[in-house]
Every structure is written in C-alpha cells, then in structure tokens.
Design a binder for this molecule. Sequence first.
Ligand code: NAD
Ligand code: MG
Length: 391
Amino acid sequence: MRRITVFGATGSVGESTLDLISRREDVAVVALTGGRQVDRLAELARAHRAELVVTAYEECYRPLNAALAGSGIEVAAGPGAVVEAAYRPADWVMSAIVGAAGLAPGFAALSQGLILALANKESLVTAGPLLLAEARAHGATLLPVDSEHSAVFQALVGETIETVEEVTLTASGGGLRDWPLEKLAEATVTDAGNHPNWAMGQRITIDSATMFNKAMEVIEAREFFGLSPEQIRVLIHPQSLVHALVAFRDGGVLAHLGSPDMRHPIGYALNWPARAALPVARLDLAAAGRLDFFEVDPRRYPALGLARVVMQRGGAAGAVFNAAKEVALDHFIDGRIGFLDMAHAVEDTLERYESHGGLGIAPNSLQDVLDIDTAARRHAVEVIGAGYPAA
Ligand code: NAD
Ligand code: MG
C-alpha cells in the first residue's frame, strides 16, 4: 500500500489528484486538508477513508467534525494542524494548497524523505534554494506538477542539464489575450477569470490573464532545473497543446504535447518513475489542425518583465514578489484596484522593499521566508493604499 496525503484536497489540483487515486487499489489515504469547503472536504474524507482530515480554519472545526460524526475519521483545524498532518507517515504527498500557505506543510513533509509532488509554485518562487536543500538533506524527491515543468522534466529523462541550451515555457495568454490593449484597465474579475483552455482555481486563472502565473513559472523553472534566466523563454501558444520545449546543444528540440488536463502531470508524478495508463483525452493533431506560437508583448504582460527583475535581484525578491502579487490579487478580486494596477503594485512593492532594507538579503530559513512574506504584504498594502484609488 502506498500512503498518500493531499494538501489542498478540495482545490482544482487536489480534486484531480483524488480522482486518479480513486481509480487505484494500492493507495491508502493518510490525510486530506482543505479550507472552508467543509462539506466537500468531509465527502472526500469519507470517500477515500482518510485517517485524518484538516481544515485550515479554526472556525470550520465544528461543522467538519459534525459532518464526520461516527465515521471514525480524525478531525483537526488551524494552520498548525495542517503542518502537523505533514508529519504523519506517508510515501507520497501532494502539495496543492494555493499561495504562500502551502510552503510550511511542504517543508515539513520533506523531513520524511518522501516524494513531494509540488503543484504549489509559490514554494519554489519564495524559497527555492531552501526547499531544494531541505529535500537533499532528507533524501526526499521533489517532482514538478505544474504542467510546463512536468513537461520539461519528462523531456530531460536520460539527459543532463548541461546539454540544455534553452527551455521554452508556453503560455495560453489567458482570458484577455485578444482584448485591445486600451481596454485592459477596465477588465473585471469575471473577464479575467475565464480561461480559454484550462479549468483551474480562480486565483491561478486570473494570474494567467496577467501572466503573473507564467512569471512565477519562469522563476520556478530557474530554481527547479538550475537554469540561468537567459535560458528560459516564454512563447504564447493559444492551443495549449505544447506545454514546453527543451532545446539541446546539438540543435535538437524535444517538445512535450498533450491535452490540457492536469491529470497528466499529476499522474506522471504519481506513477514516477513508471508511466502508467491515465484517463486523459488523447491528442488528435489532425483535429487540432495547427499549432501557433507568438512572442509575448511586454506592454500587455508586464508581469513577465518583473520575473526578470526578481531573478536578477535574487535574495528576498522572490518572496516579496509573491507576497505583493497575492495582496494585489486580493485587492483586484475585491474590486479595490484595476486589472493593470496589479503589476504596478508588485513593481512598487519591490522598489519600496528595496528602499526599506533591501531585496539582496536572502532568507536562511523557513521562518525568514515567512518574515519577508509578512513584511512584503505590509508594504504592498501601503503601496496600494497610497497609489491606486478604487477602480
Ligand atoms: P484552488 O484554489 O482550486 O485550491 C486551493 C486549495 O488550497 C483548496 O483546497 C483550499 O481549500 C486550500 N487553501 C486555500 N487557502 C488555504 C490556506 N490559507 N491554508 C490551507 N489551505 C488553503 O487552487 P488550485 O488551482 O488547485 O492550485 C493549487 C496550487 O497549484 C497553486 O499553487 C497553483 O498555482 C498550482 N497549480 C495549479 C494548477 C491548476 O491547474 N489548477 C496548475 C499548475 C499549478
Ligand atoms: Mg502551469
């Protein structure tokens, strides 16, 4: 039996992970964690006969406990309980909490020397070097779940990173790709929350429209694969069928293609190093007809330029960038700033953080990362309060 824990079980990645797990008989579910979707969390816990189920919110304890009365499933609540779940003996753990909240549970899980399937991209953006060092120290294996990174990872099987010239991550361009530039400032949460190809959580869908998602992925790729910033390129590919391309020094390029279904990269990580059958739609290139690729217009997607700044600065920049992005996104979702203000807010927060203590000081521990995160959120709130009147 493989012992499996899923962090963020009620989310888009979490649900897909459990869908794959439900098709197997060799898996025992140790712990499932979620947020405020108490009923769904209880349903999943019963369906998978989890040992433990945890909500990140104290106030959800009672309803969750009530929903699981008589089931024999252990119930816990609060951020501390989420982290504790990571110490329950397991062999394979999915990290699919959204945001910086996913960092601590992932770190804790690594201490078991297990396989950590990493969907939470914030972990690598805010704490890449620390996370990789922690995995090494405990003999744990990190596997990428982001579709682009899984694609690169798969293209690199049997290769060495020294032979790689360039990696291209593809981007759909998000829900506003074809909007006129001058209309972007007026885009609403509904406009930005529609993704042309992927069904994902609300936050990552809006991050696709701004390309903050791709900006995070560029940083993620640099950290995970140890590439230089110049080796990572982004192309818009509206069909989302080619997920990444790896160009080698002999001029050969390996591309990874597939239907846009997260169950492929999740399943790859679940079965790794084997390749097992997966219930995803098969790619029909003749039906697709064509594969288009375009350069990214920096005026439309300023977030991507900010990723370059972050990689160039290093140190605390990744954690500041992520925190500022999360705060800006909260403000946009609440209707307090406009679509284009998100990138301005992140840029201004990076500058303000620099002038207050410096981006150059790299975090040395998980606690350092969390402290940078807290400070950067404060700066972001102040920057937004001063600079961007309600849209
Ligand atoms: P989602 O919003 O659908 O789900 C997030 C999960 O995290 C839910 O279970 C929620 O209850 C939980 N959660 C939210 N806030 C929490 C907190 N403070 N503490 C503990 N748990 C909390 O998100 P998603 O789309 O599944 O994405 C999850 C992660 O995977 C993100 O980091 C995202 O960038 C990454 N990712 C997602 C996709 C995708 O297709 N959805 C693809 C690649 C990477
Ligand atoms: Mg991705």
